[in-house]
Ligand binder design. Sequence first.
Ligand code: KG4
Ligand code: ZN
Length: 501
Amino acid sequence: MTEVKLIPADEQYIEQMMALEHESFHRDAWTEESMRFEVLSNHTRYFVLLQDSLVVGYAGLSKLIGSNQADVQTIAVAPALRGKGYGRKLMQRLLLEAEAQGATEIFLEVRADNSVAAALYTSLGFSHIDTRKRYYQPDDVDALIMRAPLTAKTKSEPVVLGIESSCDETGIGIVRGNTLLANVISSSMDQHARFGGVVPEIAARAHLEALQPTLVQALHDANLSMDDIDAIAVTNGPGLAGALMVGVGAAKALSVASGKPIYAVNHLVGHVGVDVLEGELELPTIALLVSGGHTSLLLVKDLLDDVTLLGETIDDAAGEAFDKVARILGLGYPGGPSIDEAAKTGDPKAIRFPRGLTLPKDMEKHRYDFSFSGLKTAVARWVEVAEAKGESFSIADVAASFREAVADVLTAKAVAACNDHGIKRLLLGGGVVANARLRQLAAERCEANDIELRIPELKLCTDNGAMIAALGSQLVMAGREPSSLDFGVDSTLSVETVHTK
Ligand code: KG4
Ligand code: ZN
Protein backbone atom coordinates (compact mmCIF):
# COMPACT_ATOMS: atom_id res chain seq x y z
CA MET A 1 0.00 0.00 0.00
CA THR A 2 1.44 3.37 -0.88
CA GLU A 3 1.59 6.00 1.72
CA VAL A 4 1.45 9.75 1.25
CA LYS A 5 3.31 12.06 3.59
CA LEU A 6 3.24 15.84 3.96
CA ILE A 7 6.49 17.43 5.16
CA PRO A 8 8.39 20.73 4.90
CA ALA A 9 10.14 21.20 1.56
CA ASP A 10 13.86 21.62 1.30
CA GLU A 11 16.63 21.73 -1.27
CA GLN A 12 16.58 18.00 -2.07
CA TYR A 13 13.03 18.22 -3.44
CA ILE A 14 13.44 21.22 -5.72
CA GLU A 15 14.27 19.27 -8.86
CA GLN A 16 11.17 17.12 -8.49
CA MET A 17 9.05 20.15 -7.63
CA MET A 18 10.22 21.75 -10.87
CA ALA A 19 9.16 18.68 -12.86
CA LEU A 20 5.71 18.89 -11.30
CA GLU A 21 5.63 22.66 -11.80
CA HIS A 22 6.14 22.18 -15.55
CA GLU A 23 3.56 19.46 -15.71
CA SER A 24 1.01 21.58 -13.84
CA PHE A 25 1.50 25.08 -15.14
CA HIS A 26 3.08 24.68 -18.59
CA ARG A 27 3.61 28.19 -19.86
CA ASP A 28 3.21 29.84 -16.47
CA ALA A 29 5.78 27.66 -14.79
CA TRP A 30 8.41 29.25 -12.58
CA THR A 31 12.05 28.97 -13.45
CA GLU A 32 14.16 26.73 -11.26
CA GLU A 33 15.91 29.80 -9.95
CA SER A 34 12.73 31.43 -8.71
CA MET A 35 11.48 28.13 -7.30
CA ARG A 36 14.70 27.68 -5.32
CA PHE A 37 14.57 31.25 -4.09
CA GLU A 38 10.97 30.96 -2.91
CA VAL A 39 11.28 27.55 -1.30
CA LEU A 40 14.41 28.42 0.63
CA SER A 41 13.52 32.00 1.52
CA ASN A 42 12.91 33.05 5.12
CA HIS A 43 9.57 34.69 4.48
CA THR A 44 8.07 31.58 2.90
CA ARG A 45 6.99 28.14 4.07
CA TYR A 46 6.77 25.31 1.54
CA PHE A 47 5.49 21.79 2.01
CA VAL A 48 5.77 18.76 -0.23
CA LEU A 49 3.49 15.79 -0.57
CA LEU A 50 5.61 12.64 -0.90
CA GLN A 51 4.46 9.29 -2.17
CA ASP A 52 7.15 6.65 -1.70
CA SER A 53 9.71 9.50 -1.58
CA LEU A 54 8.47 10.99 -4.87
CA VAL A 55 7.11 14.52 -4.84
CA VAL A 56 3.49 14.37 -5.95
CA GLY A 57 2.39 17.76 -4.74
CA TYR A 58 3.55 20.94 -3.07
CA ALA A 59 2.26 24.22 -1.74
CA GLY A 60 3.77 27.34 -0.28
CA LEU A 61 2.84 30.54 1.44
CA SER A 62 4.60 33.77 2.16
CA LYS A 63 4.26 36.13 5.07
CA LEU A 64 6.30 39.24 5.65
CA ILE A 65 7.60 39.76 9.16
CA GLY A 66 5.41 42.15 11.06
CA SER A 67 2.47 41.86 8.70
CA ASN A 68 -0.60 39.90 9.67
CA GLN A 69 -1.36 38.86 6.11
CA ALA A 70 -0.26 35.64 4.51
CA ASP A 71 -0.40 34.82 0.84
CA VAL A 72 -0.73 31.41 -0.81
CA GLN A 73 1.99 31.46 -3.45
CA THR A 74 1.33 28.20 -5.18
CA ILE A 75 -0.26 24.81 -4.87
CA ALA A 76 0.08 21.82 -7.19
CA VAL A 77 -0.94 18.16 -7.09
CA ALA A 78 0.20 15.55 -9.63
CA PRO A 79 -2.54 14.89 -12.21
CA ALA A 80 -2.78 11.21 -11.25
CA LEU A 81 -3.60 12.10 -7.65
CA ARG A 82 -6.13 14.84 -8.22
CA GLY A 83 -9.59 14.54 -6.74
CA LYS A 84 -8.37 12.53 -3.76
CA GLY A 85 -8.34 15.26 -1.17
CA TYR A 86 -4.62 16.04 -1.34
CA GLY A 87 -5.20 19.64 -2.45
CA ARG A 88 -7.33 20.06 0.68
CA LYS A 89 -4.64 18.51 2.87
CA LEU A 90 -2.01 20.88 1.47
CA MET A 91 -4.26 23.91 1.92
CA GLN A 92 -5.18 22.94 5.48
CA ARG A 93 -1.50 22.69 6.26
CA LEU A 94 -0.87 26.16 4.82
CA LEU A 95 -3.72 27.58 6.89
CA LEU A 96 -2.29 26.08 10.08
CA GLU A 97 1.15 27.38 9.20
CA ALA A 98 -0.14 30.88 8.44
CA GLU A 99 -1.80 30.96 11.85
CA ALA A 100 1.26 29.63 13.55
CA GLN A 101 3.13 32.55 11.96
CA GLY A 102 0.68 34.97 13.51
CA ALA A 103 -1.30 35.86 10.38
CA THR A 104 -4.92 36.89 10.85
CA GLU A 105 -5.91 36.70 7.20
CA ILE A 106 -4.75 34.83 4.14
CA PHE A 107 -5.12 35.57 0.42
CA LEU A 108 -4.84 33.63 -2.79
CA GLU A 109 -5.41 34.01 -6.51
CA VAL A 110 -7.13 31.42 -8.64
CA ARG A 111 -7.92 31.23 -12.35
CA ALA A 112 -11.54 32.15 -12.93
CA ASP A 113 -11.91 29.06 -15.13
CA ASN A 114 -10.73 26.71 -12.37
CA SER A 115 -14.04 26.14 -10.64
CA VAL A 116 -12.89 22.97 -8.88
CA ALA A 117 -10.13 24.85 -7.07
CA ALA A 118 -12.38 27.80 -6.28
CA ALA A 119 -14.94 25.45 -4.74
CA LEU A 120 -12.25 23.85 -2.58
CA TYR A 121 -11.10 27.24 -1.34
CA THR A 122 -14.66 28.31 -0.61
CA SER A 123 -15.18 25.18 1.44
CA LEU A 124 -12.08 26.09 3.45
CA GLY A 125 -13.48 29.50 4.35
CA PHE A 126 -12.22 31.66 1.49
CA SER A 127 -14.49 34.18 -0.18
CA HIS A 128 -14.12 35.98 -3.48
CA ILE A 129 -13.22 39.64 -2.78
CA ASP A 130 -11.94 41.00 -6.06
CA THR A 131 -11.17 40.15 -9.68
CA ARG A 132 -8.08 40.96 -11.71
CA LYS A 133 -9.25 41.19 -15.28
CA ARG A 134 -7.42 39.13 -17.86
CA TYR A 135 -4.60 38.45 -15.46
CA TYR A 136 -3.58 35.12 -16.96
CA GLN A 137 -2.06 35.71 -20.40
CA PRO A 138 -2.12 34.78 -23.20
CA ASP A 139 -5.44 33.04 -22.39
CA ASP A 140 -7.12 36.24 -21.23
CA VAL A 141 -8.44 34.57 -18.10
CA ASP A 142 -9.37 36.60 -15.01
CA ALA A 143 -7.81 35.99 -11.62
CA LEU A 144 -10.18 35.73 -8.69
CA ILE A 145 -8.74 37.11 -5.48
CA MET A 146 -9.95 35.21 -2.47
CA ARG A 147 -9.53 35.90 1.22
CA ALA A 148 -10.04 33.87 4.38
CA PRO A 149 -9.97 35.21 7.92
CA LEU A 150 -7.85 33.08 10.23
CA THR A 151 -9.75 32.49 13.40
CA ALA A 152 -7.97 31.86 16.62
CA LYS A 153 -9.48 28.38 16.59
CA THR A 154 -6.45 26.38 15.58
CA LYS A 155 -4.30 28.56 17.79
CA SER A 156 -6.27 27.37 20.77
CA GLU A 157 -5.84 23.76 19.72
CA PRO A 158 -3.13 22.00 21.69
CA VAL A 159 -0.02 20.67 20.02
CA VAL A 160 0.57 17.24 21.52
CA LEU A 161 3.54 14.93 21.13
CA GLY A 162 2.73 11.21 21.46
CA ILE A 163 5.20 8.47 22.33
CA GLU A 164 4.42 4.81 21.68
CA SER A 165 6.70 1.91 22.63
CA SER A 166 4.44 -0.92 23.79
CA CYS A 167 5.66 -3.54 21.34
CA ASP A 168 8.19 -3.46 18.51
CA GLU A 169 7.34 -0.06 17.01
CA THR A 170 8.91 3.11 18.34
CA GLY A 171 6.38 5.72 17.29
CA ILE A 172 6.46 9.47 17.72
CA GLY A 173 3.49 11.45 16.50
CA ILE A 174 2.55 15.10 16.70
CA VAL A 175 -0.97 16.47 16.35
CA ARG A 176 -2.58 19.88 16.67
CA GLY A 177 -6.09 19.31 17.96
CA ASN A 178 -7.41 16.68 15.55
CA THR A 179 -4.91 17.43 12.80
CA LEU A 180 -1.98 15.13 12.15
CA LEU A 181 1.33 16.96 11.86
CA ALA A 182 3.84 14.11 12.04
CA ASN A 183 3.85 10.35 12.41
CA VAL A 184 7.28 8.73 12.44
CA ILE A 185 7.70 5.04 13.13
CA SER A 186 10.86 3.05 13.60
CA SER A 187 10.27 -0.68 13.81
CA SER A 188 12.57 -3.33 15.21
CA MET A 189 10.64 -6.00 13.31
CA ASP A 190 13.64 -7.12 11.27
CA GLN A 191 15.59 -7.86 14.44
CA HIS A 192 12.88 -10.27 15.59
CA ALA A 193 12.55 -12.06 12.26
CA ARG A 194 14.89 -14.92 13.02
CA PHE A 195 13.03 -15.66 16.26
CA GLY A 196 9.64 -15.71 14.51
CA GLY A 197 8.11 -13.32 17.06
CA VAL A 198 8.85 -10.21 19.10
CA VAL A 199 11.63 -10.72 21.66
CA PRO A 200 10.93 -8.32 24.56
CA GLU A 201 14.56 -7.56 25.45
CA ILE A 202 15.45 -6.81 21.85
CA ALA A 203 12.39 -4.58 21.50
CA ALA A 204 13.27 -2.58 24.64
CA ARG A 205 16.83 -2.11 23.51
CA ALA A 206 15.72 -1.02 20.04
CA HIS A 207 13.34 1.57 21.52
CA LEU A 208 16.21 3.06 23.46
CA GLU A 209 18.23 3.48 20.30
CA ALA A 210 15.36 4.67 18.11
CA LEU A 211 13.68 7.20 20.39
CA GLN A 212 15.97 10.15 19.94
CA PRO A 213 16.28 10.03 16.11
CA THR A 214 12.54 9.32 15.78
CA LEU A 215 11.74 12.36 17.93
CA VAL A 216 14.07 14.57 15.90
CA GLN A 217 12.48 13.39 12.66
CA ALA A 218 8.94 13.96 13.97
CA LEU A 219 9.72 17.52 15.07
CA HIS A 220 11.31 18.13 11.68
CA ASP A 221 8.30 16.75 9.80
CA ALA A 222 5.95 18.92 11.85
CA ASN A 223 8.22 21.92 11.39
CA LEU A 224 8.20 22.47 15.15
CA SER A 225 10.59 22.56 18.07
CA MET A 226 10.00 21.26 21.61
CA ASP A 227 9.01 24.81 22.60
CA ASP A 228 5.92 24.54 20.38
CA ILE A 229 4.68 21.39 22.12
CA ASP A 230 1.89 21.97 24.65
CA ALA A 231 1.72 18.48 26.14
CA ILE A 232 3.30 15.04 25.97
CA ALA A 233 1.27 11.83 25.83
CA VAL A 234 2.75 8.39 26.32
CA THR A 235 1.52 4.79 26.27
CA ASN A 236 1.82 3.28 29.75
CA GLY A 237 0.05 0.01 28.91
CA PRO A 238 -0.94 -2.57 27.93
CA GLY A 239 2.16 -4.00 26.26
CA LEU A 240 5.60 -5.40 27.00
CA ALA A 241 6.75 -4.00 30.35
CA GLY A 242 10.37 -3.41 29.38
CA ALA A 243 9.40 -1.77 26.10
CA LEU A 244 6.79 0.44 27.79
CA MET A 245 9.34 1.55 30.39
CA VAL A 246 11.61 2.99 27.72
CA GLY A 247 8.87 5.19 26.26
CA VAL A 248 7.56 6.23 29.66
CA GLY A 249 11.06 7.05 30.88
CA ALA A 250 11.74 9.18 27.84
CA ALA A 251 8.38 10.96 28.13
CA LYS A 252 8.95 11.78 31.79
CA ALA A 253 12.44 13.07 31.07
CA LEU A 254 11.10 15.28 28.27
CA SER A 255 8.30 16.51 30.51
CA VAL A 256 10.67 17.43 33.33
CA ALA A 257 13.20 19.04 31.03
CA SER A 258 10.64 21.06 29.07
CA GLY A 259 8.12 21.72 31.83
CA LYS A 260 5.28 20.40 29.64
CA PRO A 261 2.44 18.39 31.18
CA ILE A 262 2.39 14.64 30.63
CA TYR A 263 -0.57 12.32 29.98
CA ALA A 264 -0.24 8.55 30.46
CA VAL A 265 -2.69 6.90 28.08
CA ASN A 266 -4.03 3.48 27.17
CA HIS A 267 -2.61 1.93 24.02
CA LEU A 268 -5.81 0.12 23.03
CA VAL A 269 -7.95 3.21 23.40
CA GLY A 270 -5.34 4.99 21.27
CA HIS A 271 -6.20 2.59 18.43
CA VAL A 272 -9.77 3.91 18.65
CA GLY A 273 -8.94 7.58 19.24
CA VAL A 274 -6.76 7.71 16.14
CA ASP A 275 -9.91 7.94 14.07
CA VAL A 276 -10.31 11.62 15.03
CA LEU A 277 -7.38 12.31 12.71
CA GLU A 278 -9.45 11.21 9.73
CA GLY A 279 -12.60 13.13 10.49
CA GLU A 280 -15.03 12.80 13.31
CA LEU A 281 -14.90 9.71 15.49
CA GLU A 282 -18.51 8.65 15.54
CA LEU A 283 -19.71 7.19 18.81
CA PRO A 284 -20.92 4.87 20.12
CA THR A 285 -18.96 2.29 18.17
CA ILE A 286 -17.80 -1.30 18.44
CA ALA A 287 -14.05 -1.56 17.84
CA LEU A 288 -12.15 -4.66 16.77
CA LEU A 289 -8.43 -4.36 17.51
CA VAL A 290 -6.26 -7.05 15.97
CA SER A 291 -2.50 -7.10 15.96
CA GLY A 292 0.49 -9.18 16.95
CA GLY A 293 -0.14 -8.31 20.58
CA HIS A 294 -3.90 -8.01 20.92
CA THR A 295 -7.25 -9.24 19.72
CA SER A 296 -9.92 -7.28 21.52
CA LEU A 297 -13.49 -6.30 20.94
CA LEU A 298 -14.47 -3.04 22.61
CA LEU A 299 -17.66 -1.13 23.15
CA VAL A 300 -16.84 2.56 23.07
CA LYS A 301 -19.59 4.90 24.19
CA ASP A 302 -17.32 7.76 25.16
CA LEU A 303 -13.64 7.81 24.23
CA LEU A 304 -12.47 9.27 27.53
CA ASP A 305 -15.01 7.96 30.00
CA ASP A 306 -16.82 4.90 28.79
CA VAL A 307 -14.85 2.13 27.12
CA THR A 308 -15.76 -1.49 27.88
CA LEU A 309 -13.96 -4.68 26.98
CA LEU A 310 -16.50 -7.07 25.44
CA GLY A 311 -14.03 -9.83 24.77
CA GLU A 312 -10.47 -10.69 23.87
CA THR A 313 -8.29 -13.61 22.93
CA ILE A 314 -7.90 -16.23 25.61
CA ASP A 315 -4.59 -17.42 24.14
CA ASP A 316 -2.73 -16.13 21.04
CA ALA A 317 -3.38 -12.79 19.36
CA ALA A 318 -4.57 -12.99 15.74
CA GLY A 319 -1.31 -11.56 14.38
CA GLU A 320 0.66 -14.01 16.48
CA ALA A 321 -1.32 -16.86 14.90
CA PHE A 322 -0.39 -15.53 11.46
CA ASP A 323 3.26 -15.39 12.50
CA LYS A 324 3.25 -18.92 13.92
CA VAL A 325 1.40 -20.49 11.01
CA ALA A 326 3.76 -18.75 8.56
CA ARG A 327 6.62 -20.42 10.38
CA ILE A 328 4.92 -23.82 10.12
CA LEU A 329 4.49 -23.27 6.38
CA GLY A 330 8.04 -22.04 5.94
CA LEU A 331 6.90 -18.54 4.96
CA GLY A 332 8.61 -15.31 6.03
CA TYR A 333 8.18 -13.13 9.11
CA PRO A 334 6.01 -11.22 9.79
CA GLY A 335 3.55 -13.93 8.89
CA GLY A 336 0.55 -11.76 8.03
CA PRO A 337 1.84 -10.34 4.76
CA SER A 338 3.46 -13.59 3.63
CA ILE A 339 0.30 -15.62 4.32
CA ASP A 340 -1.80 -12.97 2.61
CA GLU A 341 0.45 -13.29 -0.43
CA ALA A 342 0.52 -17.10 -0.44
CA ALA A 343 -3.27 -17.26 0.04
CA LYS A 344 -3.93 -15.25 -3.13
CA THR A 345 -3.83 -18.31 -5.35
CA GLY A 346 -5.23 -20.75 -2.79
CA ASP A 347 -8.71 -22.15 -2.23
CA PRO A 348 -10.14 -20.93 1.09
CA LYS A 349 -12.55 -23.88 1.14
CA ALA A 350 -9.86 -26.52 0.56
CA ILE A 351 -9.55 -27.36 4.27
CA ARG A 352 -12.11 -26.65 6.96
CA PHE A 353 -9.99 -25.46 9.89
CA PRO A 354 -11.68 -24.98 13.29
CA ARG A 355 -13.25 -21.66 14.26
CA GLY A 356 -12.27 -21.11 17.90
CA LEU A 357 -14.97 -20.45 20.52
CA THR A 358 -17.88 -20.58 18.10
CA LEU A 359 -19.65 -23.72 19.32
CA PRO A 360 -23.05 -23.09 20.91
CA LYS A 361 -21.66 -23.79 24.42
CA ASP A 362 -18.79 -21.32 23.84
CA MET A 363 -21.11 -18.71 22.49
CA GLU A 364 -22.73 -18.44 25.91
CA LYS A 365 -19.63 -17.86 27.98
CA HIS A 366 -17.23 -16.60 25.34
CA ARG A 367 -19.51 -14.88 22.88
CA TYR A 368 -17.01 -12.12 22.16
CA ASP A 369 -13.78 -13.93 23.04
CA PHE A 370 -11.33 -15.42 20.59
CA SER A 371 -9.00 -18.39 20.57
CA PHE A 372 -6.40 -19.03 17.91
CA SER A 373 -4.09 -21.55 19.49
CA GLY A 374 -6.31 -24.52 18.54
CA LEU A 375 -6.37 -23.27 14.97
CA LYS A 376 -2.60 -22.99 14.88
CA THR A 377 -2.29 -26.56 16.23
CA ALA A 378 -4.82 -27.79 13.69
CA VAL A 379 -2.75 -26.34 10.86
CA ALA A 380 0.43 -27.87 12.28
CA ARG A 381 -1.28 -31.28 12.63
CA TRP A 382 -2.70 -31.11 9.12
CA VAL A 383 0.73 -30.38 7.65
CA GLU A 384 2.35 -33.13 9.75
CA VAL A 385 -0.18 -35.71 8.63
CA ALA A 386 0.22 -34.74 4.98
CA GLU A 387 3.99 -34.92 5.27
CA ALA A 388 3.91 -38.25 7.13
CA LYS A 389 1.82 -39.69 4.34
CA GLY A 390 4.30 -38.33 1.86
CA GLU A 391 1.50 -36.39 0.19
CA SER A 392 2.28 -33.19 -1.61
CA PHE A 393 -0.03 -30.35 -0.73
CA SER A 394 -0.65 -26.79 -1.75
CA ILE A 395 0.75 -24.20 0.65
CA ALA A 396 -1.56 -21.71 -1.01
CA ASP A 397 -4.60 -23.79 -0.05
CA VAL A 398 -3.45 -24.16 3.56
CA ALA A 399 -2.70 -20.43 3.80
CA ALA A 400 -6.04 -19.46 2.24
CA SER A 401 -8.00 -21.88 4.45
CA PHE A 402 -6.24 -20.66 7.60
CA ARG A 403 -6.75 -17.01 6.67
CA GLU A 404 -10.41 -17.73 5.98
CA ALA A 405 -10.85 -19.25 9.45
CA VAL A 406 -9.30 -16.20 11.16
CA ALA A 407 -11.20 -13.63 9.09
CA ASP A 408 -14.43 -15.55 9.53
CA VAL A 409 -14.28 -15.64 13.34
CA LEU A 410 -13.09 -12.06 13.72
CA THR A 411 -15.78 -10.58 11.52
CA ALA A 412 -18.58 -12.87 12.75
CA LYS A 413 -17.97 -11.89 16.38
CA ALA A 414 -17.53 -8.21 15.61
CA VAL A 415 -20.77 -8.13 13.63
CA ALA A 416 -22.56 -10.03 16.40
CA ALA A 417 -21.35 -7.44 18.91
CA CYS A 418 -22.72 -4.64 16.72
CA ASN A 419 -26.07 -6.37 16.30
CA ASP A 420 -26.40 -7.40 19.96
CA HIS A 421 -25.73 -3.86 21.16
CA GLY A 422 -27.75 -2.18 18.46
CA ILE A 423 -24.65 -0.21 17.44
CA LYS A 424 -24.42 -0.11 13.69
CA ARG A 425 -20.84 1.01 13.56
CA LEU A 426 -17.58 -0.95 13.52
CA LEU A 427 -14.08 0.49 13.71
CA LEU A 428 -11.04 -1.66 12.91
CA GLY A 429 -7.52 -1.15 14.25
CA GLY A 430 -4.17 -2.96 14.59
CA GLY A 431 -1.66 -4.36 12.10
CA VAL A 432 -3.81 -7.36 11.07
CA VAL A 433 -6.23 -4.88 9.50
CA ALA A 434 -3.81 -5.00 6.54
CA ASN A 435 -5.18 -8.47 5.82
CA ALA A 436 -6.90 -8.49 2.46
CA ARG A 437 -9.47 -11.17 3.31
CA LEU A 438 -10.32 -9.62 6.67
CA ARG A 439 -11.03 -6.29 5.00
CA GLN A 440 -13.11 -7.91 2.30
CA LEU A 441 -15.16 -10.06 4.64
CA ALA A 442 -15.65 -7.18 7.09
CA ALA A 443 -16.93 -5.01 4.24
CA GLU A 444 -19.29 -7.71 3.00
CA ARG A 445 -20.72 -8.61 6.38
CA CYS A 446 -21.07 -5.02 7.52
CA GLU A 447 -22.92 -4.17 4.37
CA ALA A 448 -25.23 -7.15 4.76
CA ASN A 449 -25.98 -6.09 8.35
CA ASP A 450 -26.29 -2.40 7.61
CA ILE A 451 -23.23 -1.59 9.72
CA GLU A 452 -21.02 1.37 8.90
CA LEU A 453 -17.41 0.18 8.66
CA ARG A 454 -14.48 2.48 9.49
CA ILE A 455 -10.92 1.50 8.67
CA PRO A 456 -8.32 4.22 9.26
CA GLU A 457 -5.38 4.49 6.91
CA LEU A 458 -3.04 1.55 7.51
CA LYS A 459 -0.23 3.70 8.87
CA LEU A 460 -2.62 4.81 11.60
CA CYS A 461 -3.82 1.22 12.25
CA THR A 462 -0.43 -0.29 13.04
CA ASP A 463 1.16 0.84 16.29
CA ASN A 464 2.15 4.50 16.02
CA GLY A 465 2.73 7.64 18.07
CA ALA A 466 0.06 9.70 16.31
CA MET A 467 -2.71 7.67 17.94
CA ILE A 468 -1.23 8.35 21.36
CA ALA A 469 -0.89 12.05 20.55
CA ALA A 470 -4.49 12.09 19.28
CA LEU A 471 -5.81 10.55 22.48
CA GLY A 472 -3.66 12.93 24.53
CA SER A 473 -5.01 15.84 22.57
CA GLN A 474 -8.61 14.78 23.36
CA LEU A 475 -7.71 14.75 27.06
CA VAL A 476 -6.13 18.20 26.87
CA MET A 477 -9.09 19.63 24.94
CA ALA A 478 -11.51 18.15 27.47
CA GLY A 479 -9.60 19.96 30.20
CA ARG A 480 -8.43 16.79 31.96
CA GLU A 481 -5.71 16.92 34.58
CA PRO A 482 -2.28 15.71 33.48
CA SER A 483 -0.78 12.61 35.10
CA SER A 484 1.39 13.04 38.13
CA LEU A 485 4.97 12.05 37.41
CA ASP A 486 4.88 8.92 39.55
CA PHE A 487 2.72 6.78 37.26
CA GLY A 488 4.18 3.45 36.24
CA VAL A 489 3.76 1.06 33.35
CA ASP A 490 1.09 -1.61 33.46
CA SER A 491 1.52 -4.43 30.97
CA THR A 492 -2.08 -5.59 31.50
CA LEU A 493 -3.72 -2.17 31.80
CA SER A 494 -7.49 -2.49 31.41
CA VAL A 495 -9.23 -0.61 28.60
CA GLU A 496 -11.40 1.04 31.19
CA THR A 497 -8.39 3.07 32.35
CA VAL A 498 -8.13 5.42 29.40
CA HIS A 499 -5.85 7.79 31.27
CA THR A 500 -3.70 7.01 34.33
CA LYS A 501 -3.65 10.00 36.61
O1 KG4 B 1 -0.17 -3.55 14.96
P1 KG4 B 1 1.12 -4.20 14.64
O2 KG4 B 1 2.00 -3.52 13.63
O3 KG4 B 1 1.92 -4.31 15.94
C1 KG4 B 1 2.20 -5.32 16.77
O4 KG4 B 1 1.28 -5.93 17.33
O5 KG4 B 1 3.42 -5.52 16.92
O6 KG4 B 1 0.78 -5.67 14.13
C2 KG4 B 1 1.73 -6.57 13.65
C3 KG4 B 1 1.03 -7.87 13.37
C4 KG4 B 1 1.98 -9.02 13.04
O7 KG4 B 1 1.64 -10.12 13.83
C5 KG4 B 1 1.73 -9.29 11.57
O8 KG4 B 1 1.89 -10.63 11.20
C6 KG4 B 1 0.29 -8.84 11.42
O9 KG4 B 1 0.15 -7.72 12.25
N1 KG4 B 1 0.00 -8.50 10.03
C7 KG4 B 1 -0.91 -9.15 9.29
C8 KG4 B 1 -0.84 -8.58 7.99
N2 KG4 B 1 0.11 -7.61 8.01
C9 KG4 B 1 0.60 -7.58 9.27
N3 KG4 B 1 -1.74 -10.14 9.60
C10 KG4 B 1 -2.52 -10.60 8.63
N4 KG4 B 1 -2.50 -10.14 7.36
C11 KG4 B 1 -1.67 -9.14 7.01
N5 KG4 B 1 -1.65 -8.70 5.75
ZN1 ZN C 1 -1.47 -1.97 19.05
